[in-house]
Write a protein that binds this ligand. Sequence first.
Ligand code: FE2
Length: 213
Amino acid sequence: MRKLDLFTVIHNGMRAAGFRVAAILAATDFTQHGERASAAEEVIRFIDLLREHAQHEDLHVLPALLGIDPGLAHALAREHVELELRARDLQLRLSELERSPTTVSPSTDAPARAVRGALHRLLAGHLLHMDREETEASAALWTKLSDGELAALSQRIFESMPLERTVAWAQLALPTLPLAEQAGVRRALQQSLPADAWQLLVEGLSLTTGGVS
Ligand SMILES: [Fe+2]
């Protein structure tokens, strides 16, 4: 029987967010200050998302994995550090772009190319990392943890963040799923959240899911 998957739904949202930012950078006219500033905000928001997600895993998921497969837990923790270095490289390129004069060409000058390249390297590393978690880490967790224990772990992550972040993550991840699976995730959220929190989530979701409740 299929076990509770801690990674894939959230990772779907992160993949969607990452490719969206890559598309925004590709289409940005860096000679336009407004477009340049807006693209920079999108990049920073994506980096913040990656950091928040890595923190959830470092605090809640990797400690559980440590008792099951210590080698894998350490390897994934190291990958988090490597990805953080790529994120810092992206931030550095972004600040260089922000300091550079308005470019002659909308998209091909060096500072703009450097930002896009740094984002692509971060994304590429993150795609491989998430795949490893969805395959190797899930397989290891499933050998030792029951669905109840996996659900409790997921619950601890929810309880560790402010409700508005739960809403933001749900808004990010739910639209990436088939409608039938969205219903299941929504049911699970409804069961795990207090009634007032669930209501806030429904109101937030109605902005992006066509009012489904
Ligand atoms: Fe991770």
